[in-house]
Design a protein around this ligand. Structure first.
Ligand code: PMP
Ligand code: GLN
Length: 385
């Protein structure tokens, strides 16, 4: 048999799939893969059902259903004061994952350097390598995930095409502040580079923090592509409705990739998401408040079990140091162990790094029912006695 593509073949099955299947096999409570439970807004689901029955159910415009493109522009005006032309600056994609792939395939020319920040969401690197990009990794480390500004600056060169910025960050829970973003904006201008901004957790920001899209900073409107996901905003991750907004000159090459990747996204789901984005401010504030309470509930429970829990400012993930529990192995072993033996699944944080030296943190998803959180904590407490 002739070999398949060597770059993609060199990657295993994603950790999210692996841990979810293991959780299923062992009847474990799945706090691994990031998907919410019990938070789906009923009216958005009903709208999808209605749109399915009433149609149309044929290929929508490749750039997205106009109602949704207008709703995305209105959402970004409401929350960030952005002034977008919905027909020229908004494109609907099949999830943020496709938006990322379309941006990377559309912009990277083989040999371009791409700056990436670890911990790193798992779809970035394979696509960048497949597009012929040369990754330049900058590392943030637990427990505080401070930005190493010298290392970030050193990762940029004349050959840098773009950076992928994820804020709020999965799994770190770090929300980039105004000062950090301004520093990055300075580098983008100095090196004439772009930013693909993965902002899928834009509404999941807690306490005193605020999500600031990089695209809203001075000089950044023509350098940033901002990616969003209805999966996160409406707790409907299986729908895979995402989008990218950017100035026309940046969006056009990305649309060239999108038209050959998926071309379009189910129209019924687009219509339902357009309805959802129009929900009042109370919906968005309520989602954040609910998730902040779940975060606190899980964090307190894990602390009682004996974990050292890291601060989470955004996303729906907590990272917890398990060394105080006395487990002898690394994080992959630990996550397998608790899935199989305690009946609670988590994700090893080392899966978000290329090296293996950050190996004593487990990532737990707190976007679950209170009952699931309490039961998971009880199982862990029983197991670690
Ligand atoms: N980016 C990050 C940082 C994520 O955590 C996820 C995961 N859900 C995605 C992108 C993918 O989003 P979607 O499900 O909309 O493809
Ligand atoms: N983004 C989700 C997570 O981090 C999972 C997405 C996936 O399974 N590919 O858990």
């Amino acid at each position: 048999m002739k070999p398949a593509n060597s770059i993609l073949s060199s990657f295993g099955t994603t950790i999210f799939e692996t841990m979810s299947r293991l959780a299923q096999a062992h009847g474990a409570i799945n706090l691994g893969q990031g998907f919410p439970e019990g938070l789906e807004p009923a009216d958005v689901v009903a709208k999808a059902a209605e749109a399915t029955l009433s149609g149309p159910n044929q290929y929508p415009s490749m750039m997205g259903v106009p109602d949704l493109r207008r709703a995305i522009a209105a959402h970004d005006r409401r929350f960030y004061g952005l002034d977008l032309d919905p027909m020229a600056e908004v494109m609907v994609t099949s999830g943020a994952t496709e938006a990322l792939a379309a941006c990377l395939f559309g912009l990277i020319e083989p040999g371009d350097e791409v700056v990436l920040i670890e911990p790193l969401y798992d779809s970035y690197l394979p696509i960048i390598l497949r597009a012929g990009g040369i990754p330049k990794l900058v590392r943030l480390a637990p427990p505080h995930w401070e930005l190493p500004r010298d290392a970030l600056a050193a990762a940029f060169s004349e050959r840098t095409k773009l950076i992928v910025l994820n804020s709020p960050m999965n799994p770190a829970g770090k929300v980039w502040d105004a000062d950090e973003l301004a520093f990055l904006a300075g580098l983008l201008e100095r090196f004439d580079a772009y930013a693909v901004c993965d902002e899928v957790y834009e509404h999941l920001v807690y306490d005193h923090r605020r999500h600031i899209p990089l695209i809203t900073l001075p000089g950044m409107r023509g350098r940033c592509l901002k990616i969003g996901s209805a999966g996160k905003i409406f707790s409907l991750t299986g729908w895979k409705v995402g989008w990218v907004i950017a100035a026309p000159a940046l969006l056009q090459p990305v649309a060239k990739a999108h038209q050959y990747l998926t071309f379009t996204t189910p129209p019924n789901l687009q219509t339902a998401v357009a309805h959802g984005l129009g929900k009042d401010d109370a919906y968005y504030a309520g989602l954040t408040a609910m998730l902040a309470a779940r975060r606190d509930r899980l964090a307190a429970g894990l602390e009682r079990v004996g974990f050292r829990v890291l601060d989470t400012g955004g996303s729906y993930f907590i990272s917890a140091d398990f060394r105080p529990l006395g487990f002898p192995g690394g994080d992959e072993d630990f996550c397998r162990h608790i899935t199989e033996k305690a009946g609670v699944a988590a994700i090893p944080v080392s899966a978000f790094y290329q090296g293996r030296d950050v190996a004593h943190f487990a990532r737990f998803c707190f976007a679950k029912t209170e009952a699931a959180i309490d039961e998971a904590v009880m199982r862990l407490a029983r197991h670690f006695g």
